[in-house]
Design a protein around this ligand. Structure first.
Ligand code: SF4
Length: 232
């Protein structure tokens, strides 16, 4: 949130003023849970998931006693950041291991689109940032930091198909593996800037291109000046 807009971050973390909530993405969560179950079967058996075999990747889901803790929203992969005294954490979807013992961060995503899936649109910048942040966490975490965490990570992208003969109460998915070479060099600076932001008594500026704030400003102006006269 700090990278998106320091103002909303500040209002939330310093003043407890949260953005309005919206309904949970329950279909996406269901896909995540099913993927987790499937990869866990291969984790337990130390076998490659068929998707890895299809992409000719000699990987296994990484098996570790703390895997559930690292995947849980309220615990996640934790790092105590000494300079700021922040506890920084994030819950990964999965971690895979190559045949040399190196680790890769993996994120599950689901969508439904007729277009080819890539990582190039505006929203995907946040996905890439999320991956790079998890890579940073893994490298600085007490347990995961014992391994080499590669810049290479993967998005397991599930695409719900609409072009099927009949629904029959079943959603069918194409699953693609999209590799991404991350670069976590920005993370440390952002943590320091976030700390500086929260330590300041002045509310930071809002970003210019945010629909929410444009709406807030337009509504405030309309409410101040009253009714239709403003736009007539
Ligand atoms: S521009 Fe306004 S609404 Fe948008 S993220 Fe920033 S403070 Fe929040």
């Amino acid at each position: 949130m700090f990278v998106q807009c320091p103002r909303c971050f500040y209002l939330d973390l310093r003043h407890g003023l949260k953005r309005p909530s919206w309904p949970a993405f329950t279909l996406n969560s269901a896909v995540d849970a099913l993927l987790k179950k499937e990869f866990d079967t291969h984790r337990a058996g130390n076998t490659a998931h068929p998707l890895m075999a299809a992409y000719k990747l000699n990987y296994r889901p990484f098996a570790h006693s703390k895997m559930d803790q690292w995947r849980h929203n309220f615990t996640g992969v934790q790092v105590k950041h000494e300079v700021t005294n922040f506890m920084v954490y994030g819950a990964v979807d999965d971690i895979w291991q190559d045949d040399e013992g190196n680790l890769m961060i993996v994120d599950y995503k689901s969508t439904s689109t007729d277009k080819p899936i890539d990582l190039n649109d505006h929203w995907k910048a946040a996905y890439k940032r999320q991956m790079e942040f998890y890579q940073w966490l893994a490298r600085h975490n007490e347990e995961l930091g014992k391994y080499r965490v590669l810049d290479l990570g993967y998005f397991v992208y599930c695409n719900g198909q609409k072009d099927v003969a009949a629904f029959d109460a079943k959603l069918e998915f194409n699953i693609e593996l999209i590799p991404y070479e991350g670069n976590d060099a920005w993370v440390e600076d952002k943590i320091l800037s976030a700390h500086q932001c929260l330590s300041n008594d002045k509310i930071p500026e809002a970003v210019a291109d945010c629909e929410y704030c444009q709406y807030r400003q337009a509504a405030k102006t309309l409410e101040m000046w009253g009714g239709d006269s403003l736009f007539s």
